[in-house]
Design a protein around this ligand. Structure first.
Ligand code: UFG
Length: 337
């Protein structure tokens, strides 16, 4: 079976993808520098898959280490997850984002090219659509990054598009994630944000488990069903399976593609809060607060292209996302320890 290199392998989405790849029969080699994840993820993966994960600690911007890695392993394709991902942080530390996200991808592609490995799946984001003119969002919707994080994702996509145009041997898949949530059904791996969570579901989870007193709901006057922001939440295990489908396509079919990975379904903040309260049996107190700068009213995918190109579609509903998030949160109230 092909060997897949995962960068940023101990992160939230990557660790779930690691399990999906192993259960689909792929060999996996993971690398991470643990700048935003815990080494304990490796113990949990070992427990879940019954074998020791093949892993090396390294920073993808370290080209010497990356060349040495390629010299030691036969690598058939790369899934490049390693990146910083907090929108607010990116506006405060833009250079760190350009260095890590753009510089990291450049380093990975340079080393791949030098070693004759030309298949890559890239973690992009629905953030590349900015404030979309119409919904649901198709892949040909206008692109407009509104912060440095979004810019780094757009630049990454552009780099891969240009690479595919220059050399038909390159096969690239850009996956525009909508809002990944939930956790593996075992409750052994999940999202473990450092400090105060930026994103809705991990914040709600910490309120439900008693780590925080209430959720601040950012805005109740958006033009949506109940005045709160609407997003396309997708179960992280569905997203992980989307990566397996993307790799299968790259291994089978020449060319490059860019697809949305979403459910096509939008849910408001209050719908998420209510679903979480039902799944957990806990109260989730809310306080209404002003709109968060840079937020948009609604964002949800047209998932048709991924269905057509990858034969993939999301299977899990919001109730399941909340139930799995809650299992992870309640079994690991302080995250990986
Ligand atoms: N929200 C709250 N309170 C909170 C956190 C979030 O009300 O404490 C609201 C937001 O205002 C928004 C919704 O919950 O309406 C979702 O917010 P998230 O921060 O969870 O997600 P975003 O859609 O804003 O952003 C996420 C990622 C980005 C990514 C984008 C892609 O954080 O990295 O999805 O669409 F680019």
């Amino acid at each position: 079976m092909p060997t897949i290199l995962l960068t940023g392998a101990t992160g939230y989405i990557a660790s779930h993808t690691w399990l999906s790849l192993l259960s689909s029969g792929f060999e996996v080699l993971g690398v991470d520098d643990f700048s935003n994840s815990s080494p304990l993820v490796l113990d949990r993966l070992r427990e879940l898959c019954g074998t020791r994960p093949v892993f090396e600690r390294l920073d993808v911007t370290d080209r010497v280490a990356m060349h040495a890695l390629f010299a030691r392993h036969r690598i058939d394709a790369v899934v490049h997850f390693a990146a910083f991902k907090a929108v607010g942080d990116s506006t405060a530390r833009p250079l760190a984002y350009y260095r890590n996200n753009v510089g990291g991808l450049l380093s990975v592609c340079d080393v791949m090219q030098a070693n004759g490995c030309k298949r890559i799946v890239f973690s992009s984001s629905a953030t590349v659509y900015g404030d979309p003119p119409s919904l649901p969002i198709r892949e040909d919707s206008p692109l407009a990054a509104t912060n440095p994080y979004g810019q780094t994702k757009l630049m990454g996509e552009t780099m891969l598009r240009d690479l595919g145009a220059a050399d038909a041997a390159w096969q690239t898949g850009c996956l525009r994630y909508f809002n990944p949530v939930g956790a593996h059904e075992s409750g052994r791996i999940g999202e473990d944000p450092r400090g105060t969570p930026n994103n809705l579901m991990p914040f709600v989870a910490q309120v439900a488990v008693g780590r925080r007193p209430h959720l601040s709901v950012f805005g109740r006057d958006w033009p949506t069903i109940d005045g709160t922001g609407v997003r396309d939440y997708i179960h992280v295990c569905d997203l992980a399976d989307g990566h397996v489908a993307a790799l299968r396509r790259l291994l089978d079919t020449a060319g490059c593609f860019t697809v949305n990975l979403g459910t096509g379904q939008g849910n408001s903040v209050l719908e998420v809060v209510n679903a979480y309260a039902r799944a957990s049996g806990r109260e989730v107190p809310v306080q209404f607060a002003p709109r968060r700068p840079g937020d948009i009213a609604a964002c949800y995918a047209d998932p048709l292209l991924a269905q057509q190109l990858l034969c993939w579609r999301a299977k899990h509903d919001l109730a399941r996302m909340c139930a799995d998030s809650w299992r992870w949160q309640s079994l690991n109230p302080e995250g990986f320890q």
